[in-house]
Write a protein that binds this ligand. Structure first.
Ligand SMILES: [Zn+2]
Length: 286
């Protein structure tokens, strides 16, 4: 069997979030990762997925204040108008994913979606320096309801509350069809896989209890069994995208890898189990 190209790797020692004044050292080109999906984020840290619904644009996350100009630039480069962003779907409330919201809403008047759980956290902490990153103010207009699909144009998006990294992390599942080949791909974006906050001494940082760690493990292992053709990680390191970009940045089929989503989630579940050896005896040190 050939080696799997997409695998979970630890974040770079210095990535854009730790050097937001040095974009030239941390830039990542615009690339297509689905028939109608691109990462327009422009930096090596947080992904910003643009979905062309045919009836307006959807963004999943916005990245940093300091990189939002690249998001706008990349949307124009694709031939779209940033004024045409209709919905901004946020994975969670942390600044590295949401700090571009204010600028993008100023341009587009888009709806801003977040979970109720994370809006509570946003209100509690938006003025404080959490997650090492200041959270810029933004106005949430819509809350996710996992029983209600988000529909716009060719996309129907299913949401799922997947707490752990933050109490309201939300994951997204949708299909995307290539009209030229007739092929349909199952796509997924997980809401948050940074696990430092699930260590026993770090739970309080996100206002969580031990149950958050066990729920995260359970959710990861359950969701890992869900068939996903294209894994769209919220941070590029989660599938080592930065080191694995295709030569042809328009060739989304490069990202079709049915193991990537599964392996990423199992890796994260196992890492959290190691924090809790009493609960997961297979990880007890001899
Ligand atoms: Zn986060």
């Amino acid at each position: 069997m050939s080696e799997k190209k997409f695998k979970y790797v630890n974040p770079k020692p210095v990535r854009f979030g730790q050097a937001t004044d040095r974009i030239s050292e941390h830039s990542v080109p615009l690339y297509r990762c689905g028939p109608h999906v691109w990462n327009v984020g422009g930096q090596d840290d947080v992904a910003v997925y643009l979905l062309d619904t045919g009836e307006g644009l959807i963004l999943i996350d916005t990245g940093y204040t300091e990189s939002v100009f690249l998001v706008v630039h990349n949307i124009w480069k694709l031939g779209f108008n940033p004024e045409n962003i209709k919905k901004i779907l946020l994975t969670h409330y942390h600044g590295d994913h949401v700090n571009g919201v204010a600028s993008l809403v100023h341009i587009s008047h888009a709806e801003v979606w977040l979970s109720k759980e994370d809006e509570r956290m946003h209100q509690l902490y938006c003025r404080a320096d959490r997650h090492g990153i200041h959270t810029a103010p933004y106005q949430v207009t819509n809350f996710y309801d996992d029983n209600t699909l988000i529909v716009l144009g060719r996309f129907t998006i299913e949401t799922k509350l997947t707490p752990g990294h933050a109490p309201g992390c939300t994951s997204f599942f949708f299909e995307d069809t290539d009209e030229e080949t007739g092929k349909t791909y199952r796509c997924a974006v997980h809401g948050g896989l940074g696990i430092a906050y699930l260590k026993p001494d770090m739970l309080a940082n996100q206002d969580q209890t031990e149950e958050a760690a066990h729920r995260f493990v359970k959710d990861c292992l359950e969701l890992a069994e869900r068939p996903v053709d294209i894994n769209m990680p919220s941070h590029l390191n989660q599938a080592d995208i930065d080191n694995n970009l295709p030569e042809d940045l328009n060739d989304y089929t490069w990202f079709v890898a049915d193991y990537s989503w599964h392996d990423m989630l199992v890796n994260r579940a196992e890492a959290v189990k190691r924090f809790w050896p009493d609960r997961y005896p297979e990880y007890q040190k001899n």
